[in-house]
Unconditional design. Structure first.
Length: 356
């Protein structure tokens, strides 16, 4: 297997390390910064480095790790140089604009939920994606073969691929990642005003440290992310403002019952979110076999239906019929979600076998 990395940073470098060590891949790389390529070679993330065209030549999979605002143009450049069977994906944390800009059967947008406080390929890790969700955002007409091959590649890196609509992804990321960064910046600015006014500031407790850990994160990268996902981010910030105004009104009114209910609801919501996060990928797997017609987008439809329900596909294989008019998709999902997965797939008008 040959893998091309376009953008040799923490994520791209970690893809390279994992692909080399876990899949035995030959990894080529390109980055506008020659130093990034040199370090990538030094740390073993790359076997070779060169121009974009050289890196992409003969690649089975090309992973674009450019800044999110530049991803569409880099993906288009990769597609121009890539072969007809090359799978192209990206790792950007905002997907709507990228998916809308790129219309090519070889491309499926992606976003691994993995990272570190340190940046750069020097900090790349082979195990960065181990057990981590990796969102995929196929279009309705995405090639089933491409989606299957990409899913198997990402699973080979140790990740847990999950299909999701681009708009849903961006709204989710705004809620769980981008808004927290905005609020962290606001909190440290507020505390800094107190320091400026009073000249002293007591030692901060763990709540403040934890809530502001991401404040002032990489300016270039995060300015790009905020703007790339601005529509969803503004929508979620409006919701935050509304919720803060509600709490403010309860405080002004001295409504202890409302404040207590608000706090209890937050605890319950957090417990529910933690339960979802801790449950993923822990159950034994179950195989489902789905009979599908040979039409564009059918595999993407299945993957999106399961992804929307939070059901991870651990592995996937496609077996076309002799006449290539139909085929069978074998899916491996968590055993405790297999019955629900079968119901969802059957709801698409497809025949399912293997459900408990």
């Amino acid at each position: 297997m040959r893998v091309a990395i376009l953008g040799v940073g923490l994520i791209g470098g970690s893809v390279g390390l994992a692909a080399r060590q876990r899949l035995g891949a030959f990894v080529t790389g390109h980055d506008p910064d020659p130093e990034a390529m040199r370090v990538g070679l030094d740390v073993g993330a790359l076997d070779a480095a060169g121009t974009l065209a050289e890196a992409v030549a003969d690649a089975d999979v090309a992973v674009v790790g450019a800044p999110v605002g530049r991803i569409p143009e880099v993906v288009e450049a990769v597609l121009r140089h890539a072969g007809p069977d090359t799978i192209v994906t990206d790792v950007g944390s905002a997907k709507g604009a990228i998916v809308a800009a790129v219309d090519d059967r070889r491309f499926v947008g992606g976003h691994p939920l993995a990272g570190a406080e340190t940046a750069g390929v020097r900090h790349a890790r082979e195990d960065l994606f181990a057990g981590a969700p990796w969102y995929l955002t196929p279009r309705s007409g995405s090639s089933g073969v491409v989606f299957e091959r990409l899913t198997r590649f990402l699973a080979g890196l140790g990740a847990r691929p999950q299909a999701i609509e681009a708009a849903t992804h961006d709204r989710l990321m705004a809620s769980i990642s981008h808004v927290p960064h905005v609020i962290a910046n606001v909190l440290v600015a507020q505390a800094a005003v107190v320091l400026a006014d009073d000249g002293t500031l007591p030692a901060t407790g763990p709540s403040f440290r934890d809530a502001t850990r991401v404040a002032g994160a990489n300016t270039t990268m995060w300015t790009d992310i905020y703007l790339a996902n601005r529509d969803a981010l503004v929508d979620r910030l409006d919701d935050v403002v509304h919720r803060l105004q509600t709490v403010r009104a309860d405080l002004v009114a001295g409504d202890a019952a409302a404040i207590a209910g608000w706090n209890d609801a937050a605890r319950a919501d957090r417990e529910a979110l933690l339960a979802v996060g801790l449950a993923g990928g822990t159950a034994p797997s179950c195989e489902l076999r789905v009979a599908v017609p040979n039409r564009p987008g059918v595999v993407a439809d299945v993957a999106l239906a399961l992804g929307h329900a939070g059901i991870n596909i651990h592995d996937m294989t496609l077996s076309p019929s002799d006449d290539e008019r139909t085929g069978e998709v074998a899916l491996w999902v968590d055993a405790d979600g297999a019955s629900r997965a079968a119901e969802l797939v059957a709801g698409l008008g497809l025949r399912v076998e293997g459900a408990p």
